[in-house]
Design a protein around this ligand. Structure first.
Ligand code: EPU
Length: 420
């Protein structure tokens, strides 16, 4: 199994290019099911989760080719199997994103129920409720969601009781081909939702209200082939900027949309980083130890839960005390025990972590990744710890960070992937 070996204590300097956003690419790939033709996508990152989504699509009868620019062309004209198998769904919860598009185009779908996961129970009740609102019959038995809508879906008013990112994306995709109008309130406003809306509208969908929590969707009979470039990965970008705030140094991340990570940038500035934004790049300079910052996670545009673990790593070596409150997932603190093993002074109380910055720094240890962002926080801790940190179970990190060790090496980190 692959592991990362990281020798801590080196500053990060130089420039890297951001990858395409995993959490935008996944729903956009799923949206190809809505089309009886070809969707051409660029800036799709090479990640295990993307491979899983491509496997699900091909298991249904879609086929993929790469054109001369290495863009992926997904052709869904011959889909004939409306089932997402447990063997694939169990490896990636976002597989639920095929439910809405399958129901919308074929009026039928069978998707394995995703189980719990390392960051919380993560039920899919809100996804199912909105499919029912749009007229689907849903039966969950033998570990599968069996959904059907004879005669097709019909537009409806959907009010989410809680903000859900993939739930909103499923509702949007289902409503795109439903008869009549759908109004969604309390919709997620994450930039990845907006990216999906942009792609669907380019395919001929009629969706209004992007970037807001009120969406109006007028169903259309069919969509047309198009090409689309996926947005940059704001969490990947924010992770490298946080890493540099910890190690010190000066980096530029290219091919970014700086406006999507304002809350993270504000917190990094409070920690002492000097940040400058250009149209499509962000530069960060850090010449001292970071100062501790409080954060409280919530849906966009607030501070993202996907950066919480990385900020706990930063606060562990920062000057001062801080409180990190996790409001989105009920169990997203698995990294804390590993950071404590590296010398972090962290106490958990319910959904908050109290951190006393350890000015003696962290020390290396063999640690284990438990989920994607938890693994990122351990890599960041390894970059500043004394000695060599070995991070195990890095298949989690390969789900969401493209070539992390190559990008960090480019910036001067001492990091290697080993197989043992
Ligand atoms: N929730 C329910 N019922 C539902 C759906 C959600 O109770 O039917 C709850 C969840 O348990 C959670 C909260 O609502 O407490 C928000 O969950 P949400 O549905 O927004 O999460 P998600 O759509 O499953 C996406 C990202 C996550 C990211 C969250 C929050 C994708 C593929 N995944 O998950 O990304 O943390 O939104 O922003 O877009 C990651 O990239 O590491 C990652 C976990």
């Amino acid at each position: 199994m692959d592991k990362l070996l990281i020798e801590g204590g080196f500053q990060l300097n130089g420039s890297i290019t951001a990858s395409g956003a995993k959490n935008s690419a996944l729903p956009i790939l799923a949206s190809s099911i809505l089309l009886k033709d070809k969707l051409t996508l660029s800036n799709i990152p090479h990640l295990n989760d993307i491979t899983t989504m491509l496997e699900i699509l091909s298991s249904m009868g879609a086929y993929m080719t790469f054109n001369e620019n290495m863009d992926i062309e997904v052709n869904t004209s011959l889909i004939n199997n409306l089932k997402a198998r447990y063997e694939l769904v169990k490896t990636m919860r976002a597989s639920i994103l095929v439910l809405g598009p399958l129901l919308a185009r074929f009026h039928e779908a069978e998707v394995a129920l995703p189980g719990g996961c390392a960051i919380g129970s993560r039920p899919v009740n809100l996804h199912l409720d909105c499919m029912r609102k749009l007229g689907a019959n849903i039966d969950t038995s033998n570990g599968y969601i069996k959904a059907s809508a004879k005669g097709g879906l019909t537009g409806a008013n959907i009010e989410f009781s809680q903000v859900t990112v993939t739930g909103t994306e499923n509702a949007i995709m289902a409503a795109t081909l439903a008869k009549g109008q759908t109004k969604i309130t309390n919709a997620a406003k994450e930039p990845e939702v907006t990216d999906l809306i942009k792609c669907l509208n380019k395919m001929g969908a009629k969706i209004q209200g992007e970037d807001t929590d009120k969406l109006i969707i007028d169903g259309v009979r069919e969509l047309k082939p198009t090409n689309f470039s996926v947005m940059p990965d704001r969490i990947e970008i924010a992770t490298y900027l946080t890493a540099t705030t910890m190690t010190g140094g000066e980096i530029t991340v290219k091919a970014v949309n700086p406006n999507t990570i304002d809350k993270v940038l504000q917190k990094l500035e409070l920690a002492g980083a000097k940040i400058s934004k250009d149209k499509d790049s962000i530069s960060l300079k850090m010449k001292k130890l970071p100062s501790a910052v409080n954060i409280s996670t919530a849906p966009y545009p607030s501070f993202p839960t996907d950066m919480q673990a990385q900020f706990i790593a930063m606060n562990s070596i920062a000057k001062g005390q801080s409180e990190v409150i996790e409001n989105v997932f009920e169990n997203r603190f698995m990294h804390v025990q590993e950071l404590i093993r590296m010398g972090g002074k962290i106490e958990l109380k319910g959904n908050s972590a109290m951190i006393d910055g350890n000015l003696n720094g962290l020390t290396s240890a063999p640690v284990m990744a438990t989920d994607l962002r938890a693994s990122a926080s351990l890599v960041l801790a390894g970059l500043v710890a004394k000695g060599i940190t070995k991070v195990d179970r890095i298949y989690h990190i390969d789900r969401g960070y493209e070539r992390i060790e190559e990008k960090l090496k480019l910036l001067g980190a001492k990091i290697d992937r080993i197989s043992e």
